[in-house]
Design a binder for this molecule. Structure first.
Ligand SMILES: Cc1cc2nc3c(=O)[nH]c(=O)nc-3n(C[C@H](O)[C@H](O)[C@H](O)COP(=O)(O)O)c2cc1C
Length: 200
């Protein structure tokens, strides 16, 4: 398998070249991301883009320990030249569904929503970013917001009304990039994944 195939077969990339992503590619990522769908076109998703070593360092300092930064085999993630924070604003949804054409849906209060579609929409936006990266020959990795959210909010002055969904590291992929332990877990059998409700 050549380099290109290795990279294409791996969905998440965790080792990056530090060379920057060209501005026109970043512009395409942003433009595609904005085309992701949203409930009622509420458009409550927003991005914070960190695209210099000084900026990405703020993310890593807030969300990891110095021990991880020095010793983790995954500290290669920090070489990614770009980190994109995906945010959403639930109040954009309640405001949108308070308008005349949606008011009958009874979704003008957060508690009325059966599914938090602000999270769903931000996730679709994140997937659009991951797919655009693949299309542009870049690698990317979605990282959950599991640690240091408070520190990150403070460092980047992120407003309280925004929820942080996760971060996407992006850049040119580099080998070696061993699969994560999670990626080694076999896929569930297809019959457990899909149930065909066919008549007959
Ligand atoms: C919500 C979510 C959170 C994730 N968080 C992390 C993370 O913190 N660190 C990481 O290395 N990968 C993270 N991943 C990537 C998954 O581990 C990865 O998609 C899974 O192992 C399958 O690997 P593959 O996408 O390379 O096939 C996350 C993925 C999702 C969807």
């Amino acid at each position: 398998m050549d380099f290109d195939q290795v990279v294409r077969n791996r969905k998440m990339t965790r080792n990056f070249e530090s060379r920057p992503i060209p501005e026109f590619v970043l512009a395409k990522i942003v433009s595609n991301a904005q085309r992701a769908p949203s409930a009622g076109h509420s458009q409550g998703t927003s991005l914070i883009i960190l695209a210099s070593p000084q900026e990405t360092e703020e993310y890593w300092k807030a969300t990891t320990t110095s021990d991880w930064r020095k010793n983790s085999r995954r500290s290669t993630l920090m070489d990614a030249p770009v980190v994109i924070l995906v945010c959403c604003d639930p109040t954009a949804y309640t405001a949108r569904y308070s308008l005349d054409d949606k008011i009958d849906s009874d979704l003008s209060r957060i508690e009325s929503w059966p599914v938090p579609y602000w999270t769903v929409d931000a996730s679709m936006c994140a997937m659009t970013i991951l797919l655009t990266c693949t299309n542009e020959g870049l690698g990317a990795c979605f990282l959950g917001m599991f640690r240091g959210e408070g520190e990150l909010r403070q460092a980047l002055s992120i407003s309280d009304h925004l929820q942080l969904i996760g971060a996407i590291c992006a850049g040119y992929p580099k080998l070696p990039d061993p699969p994560s332990r999670s990626a080694l877990i076999p896929k569930v059998p297809i019959e457990n994944f899909v149930r065909w409700r066919r008549g007959g």
